[in-house]
Design a protein around this ligand. Structure first.
Ligand code: ADP
Ligand code: MG
Length: 679
C-alpha cells in the first residue's frame, strides 16, 4: 500500500462497493484513514471452545460442532435452520433472511465447523441466531481469539468490518515519523506505526495512558495547534500603525466615577501597543462577569477614533447594544464624537442615513448587533471592530472575521466565559489574549446560599421584603415547560405560582419566545415595571441590571459550576449586596455538595472553571459546545493535561516558517490540511 492510499475514499478498497460505502459513511468513515482512526471500543473473547453441555445463555461463545441436518422450509417467514452436534449435545443454528445457496457453502453435511455467536435458548433447544462467525476447522485461528469490537451500524456486521479493517491496518506503509525517537521515548509515546497497530490489536492498550494512545492524543493536539498557528499568521497581517494621543484617554479616565483596576490598565496598555504596532491586532479580552471590560473597550475606541479611524462595536442582543450605546455616549460626551446605533430594527430612512454617513466618514462609532457584520456595510476608514460576548465564535468564524473590515482594521473580541488554562491554546491559539483578573475593589462578593426545595416557602417573606425595598429578582429554572421525563422545575409553572403571590410584579422569559418578545420583557424589567423575572438561562450575560440583587436558581445541581457563576454574576452589579440562592432536591450526592462548596468559597470564574473541569469533565462547561473543543476525538483536557502542554510547547518551538511538508501526513490525518492550504 502506498502512503497516499490512506487518503483515498473507502470504495478504493477491495470488497467495498457503493452500498457498503454508504453504511461506512454513516459512521463517518469516508476515507481509508478514517478506518485507521476508528479504534475498537472493546473486544470479544472468542478464544475458548465450549462443549454444548457447557453453554451459557446470553453469552457470546465459540463452539466446534458437526453439521447434522440442513433445513430450508419453503414457507415464507420461517427461518432456515441447521442442526449441529458435538459429543455432548445439540444446537440449532438459525438464519433469518439468508439464501440457501450461501448457507450450503458454509455448512456441509457431516463436516465439523467452528461457530461463534450469542447463545440463545428456544423451545428447549440451544440456538445461535445469525452467528458472527462460521468457519471450517482449517481457519479456526481466525475466529478463536480476542477480537476487537468496533462500533457499527445497520448494514455493517462485525465480520465484514473486521475484514476491511484488518486489511487496512495490516498494510499500512511505514510512515516517516514527524517526531524523532528521542522525543518519543522521552515523553512516553510510541512511534506512529506501532501506536496504530497496537491500538487496533487489543483494547486494553487503548487505555488512556498507554504510550500508543498518548501518541494519538498528542498527534490530534499537534494537528490542531499547527492549524491555529497558521491561522494566526494569516490574521496578523501588516497594517498602518495608529498614532495615539494619550491626552484624550487621560481626560476620560480622570472623569470616571471610579478608578481603573490594575488589570484594566494593563489590558489597556496591551491594546494600545497593538494599535500602534505594524501588525493587525487580533486580541481576546477575557474577564469574569463584572470585571469591567466595557470601559476598556470604550477607551480603545476613543484612541482609535482620535487617531483618525472609525470604530464598530457589536453585541449579541439589541438590548445590550442599546446599553453600550447609551454608555458610550455618556462616557465619551466631551469628545465631540458622532455615535450611532444600528440594528435590524432601525427604520429604513434612518438606516440609509447611517449607512451613508458611515461611508462618507461622518460617523465615528457605530454600535449595533452582531448581525451587522454579516450585512454589507461600508466604512470609510474602519480602524477597530469590537465584538462583545464572543463565546459563540469558533475558529472558522474568527478567521472569516479577521478578513473583514479592511486592511487597517484591528479586532478585539470580549468574553466572560472563563476557559481553563489547559484549553486556552486549543481555543484561542490564533489570538493574543489579555486577561482582566481583578474585579473592581468596592465590588461586594455575592452571598451564595443553598436551600432544599421543600423549604421554598421560607423564601416568600424574604422576597416580599426585597420587592418592598425596590430590589429586583431573577428566578431561574432549567426547563421551559414541565416534562414527563425530567423532574426539574419549569419556568412556566414557576411563573404561574409566583405571579399568583406577587400580582403584576412578575415577568416570564424563555428560549421559545421570539427575540422581540424577549426584549420587551427584558426592557420592562430594566425599567423596573416588574420586580421578578422568571426565566430559563436565556438572559444574556452582558446586560447590566444595576437594580437586581437577588437570584434564585432552581435545580442548581443541573447546571455546571461555570454556568452558575455566570448566572449569579447578573446580580450585585450595582452598589447593593447581591445574593444568590441555590435550590436543590433533598438528596445531594457527595460530588454535588463539593460543587456548592466551591461556589460558595470562590468568586473567581477561572478558578471555578478549573474545578468544574476536574469534577465534571469538559463536556459541560458553557460555551464549549460551540467552541470546537468538543471536536477532539481522543484528547481529554483533564486526563491528558500533560499532553496539552507538551503539544503546545512543541508547536510553539517550531520555527516561524513551519515546513508543513513534514507535517502534511499528520494534518491530512486529522482533516486539517484543507484548512491550512485554503487561501
Ligand atoms: P463586564 O466585564 O462583565 O462586561 P462591565 O464592563 O459591564 O463588566 O462592568 C460592570 C460594572 O462595573 C459597570 O457598572 C461598570 O461601570 C463598573 N466598573 C467597571 N470598572 C470599574 C472599576 N474599575 N471600579 C468600579 N466599577 C467599575
Ligand atoms: Mg460585558
Amino acid at each position: 500500500m502506498k502512503k497516499d492510499f490512506i487518503f483515498c475514499e473507502v470504495n478504493k478498497l477491495k470488497g467495498v462497493g457503493p452500498q457498503l460505502s454508504k453504511y461506512l459513511k454513516k459512521k463517518k468513515i469516508e476515507k481509508i484513514k478514517d478506518i485507521i482512526l476508528n479504534l475498537p471500543y472493546s473486544e470479544t473473547d472468542r478464544s475458548k471452545i465450549f462443549k454444548l453441555n457447557n453453554l451459557e445463555i446470553g453469552k457470546i461463545q465459540t463452539i466446534k460442532v458437526q453439521v447434522k441436518k440442513l433445513n430450508f422450509p419453503r414457507i415464507r417467514n420461517l427461518p432456515n435452520k441447521i442442526v449441529c452436534e458435538d459429543e455432548t449435545g445439540k444446537i440449532n443454528i438459525v438464519y433469518f433472511n439468508s439464501r440457501e445457496g450461501y448457507l450450503r457453502k458454509l455448512f456441509t453435511l457431516n463436516e465439523w465447523v467452528i461457530i461463534s455467536g450469542k447463545i440463545n435458548y428456544f423451545k428447549k433447544n440451544y440456538q445461535i441466531t445469525n452467528p458472527d462467525y462460521v468457519t471450517i476447522l482449517k481457519n479456526q485461528d481466525y475466529v478463536t481469539k480476542n477480537i476487537p469490537k468496533y462500533s457499527l451500524t445497520e448494514g455493517l456486521n462485525e465480520k465484514k468490518y473486521r475484514s476491511i479493517s484488518e486489511e487496512v491496518i495490516n498494510n499500512i506503509p511505514k510512515i516517516k515519523d514527524w517526531l524523532d525517537d528521542f522525543y518519543i521515548n522521552k515523553n512516553n509515546l510510541n512511534n506512529w506505526n506501532k501506536s496504530i497497530q497496537e491500538l487496533h490489536k487489543s483494547v486494553n492498550l487503548q487505555k488512556i495512558q498507554s504510550k500508543s494512545f498518548r501518541r494519538l492524543v498528542f498527534d490530534e493536539l499537534l494537528a490542531n495547534f499547527l492549524t491555529l498557528s497558521e491561522n494566526r499568521k494569516r490574521v496578523k497581517r501588516k497594517k498602518l500603525s495608529k498614532r495615539i494621543n494619550y491626552e484624550y484617554e487621560k481626560k476620560i479616565i480622570k472623569d470616571l466615577p471610579f478608578i481603573l483596576t490594575e488589570s484594566q490598565k494593563k489590558v489597556l496598555t496591551e491594546i494600545n501597543s497593538d494599535l500602534e504596532s505594524n501588525y493587525r491586532m487580533f486580541r481576546l479580552i477575557q474577564g469574569d462577569v463584572g470585571s469591567g471590560k466595557t470601559i476598556v473597550s470604550l477607551l480603545s475606541i476613543l484612541n482609535v477614533i482620535k487617531s483618525g479611524y472609525q470604530s464598530v462595536f457589536m453585541c449579541p442582543t439589541e438590548i445590550l447594544a442599546k446599553q453600550h450605546f447609551e454608555l458610550s455616549k455618556q462616557i465619551l460626551k466631551k469628545m465631540n464624537l458622532k455615535i450611532e446605533f444600528l440594528t435590524g430594527k432601525t427604520e429604513s430612512k434612518k438606516r440609509k442615513e447611517i449607512l451613508n454617513n458611515l461611508s462618507n466618514g461622518k460617523i465615528d462609532l457605530l454600535v449595533g448587533t452582531h448581525a451587522l457584520f454579516q450585512k454589507k456595510i461600508f466604512f470609510k476608514k474602519l480602524g477597530l471592530a469590537i465584538i462583545d460576548e464572543q463565546h459563540k465564535f469558533g475558529v472558522k468564524q474568527r478567521s472569516e472575521l479577521a478578513k473583514k473590515g479592511g486592511d487597517n482594521c484591528d479586532v478585539i473580541l470580549m468574553s466572560a466565559t472563563p476557559i481553563p488554562r489547559t484549553m486556552m491554546m486549543s481555543l484561542y491559539g490564533d489570538m493574543d489574549v489579555s486577561k482582566i483578573t481583578e474585579k473592581p475593589l468596592e465590588r461586594k462578593k455575592i452571598i451564595t446560599l443553598s436551600k432544599p426545595e421543600k423549604k421554598i416557602h421560607e423564601l416568600w417573606p424574604f422576597i416580599k421584603r426585597q420587592i418592598n425595598e425596590g430590589n429586583q429578582i431573577f428566578w431561574v429554572c432549567p426547563l421551559i415547560e414541565n416534562s414527563k421525563f425530567l423532574d426539574y422545575s419549569s419556568a412556566k409553572k414557576k411563573f404561574e405560582l409566583i405571579d399568583n403571590k406577587f400580582k403584576n410584579k412578575v415577568g416570564l422569559i424563555h428560549g421559545s419566545l421570539e427575540k422581540n418578545e424577549k426584549e420587551i420583557v427584558l426592557k420592562r424589567f430594566l425599567e423596573k415595571k416588574i420586580s421578578i423575572l422568571v426565566s430559563t438561562t436565556v438572559i444574556e450575560v452582558g446586560i447590566d441590571f444595576p437594580n437586581a440583587n437577588l437570584i434564585v436558581i432552581e435545580n442548581a445541581n443541573k447546571f455546571g459550576l461555570a454556568q452558575l457563576h455566570q448566572l449569579r454574576g447578573r446580580v450585585g452589579r450595582g452598589v447593593k449586596q447581591g445574593t444568590c440562592i441555590l435550590l436543590f432536591k433533598d438528596s445531594l450526592s457527595k460530588n454535588a455538595i463539593k460543587r456548592i462548596q466551591i461556589l460558595k468559597q470562590s468568586d473567581d470564574g477561572f478558578f471555578i472553571a478549573e474545578e468544574d473541569l476536574k469534577l465534571r469533565g469538559y463536556g459541560d462547561l458553557i460555551g464549549f459546545q460551540q467552541s470546537g473543543i468538543k471536536n477532539f476525538r481522543f484528547a481529554d483536557p483533564v486526563k491528558h493535561e500533560d499532553l496539552f502542554k507538551l503539544a503546545e510547547n512543541y508547536a510553539k518551538n517550531l520555527k516561524n516558517d513551519v515546513e508543513y511538508e513534514k507535517y502534511n501526513f499528520l494534518l491530512k490525518l486529522f482533516d486539517k490540511a484543507e484548512i491550512i492550504n485554503a487561501n
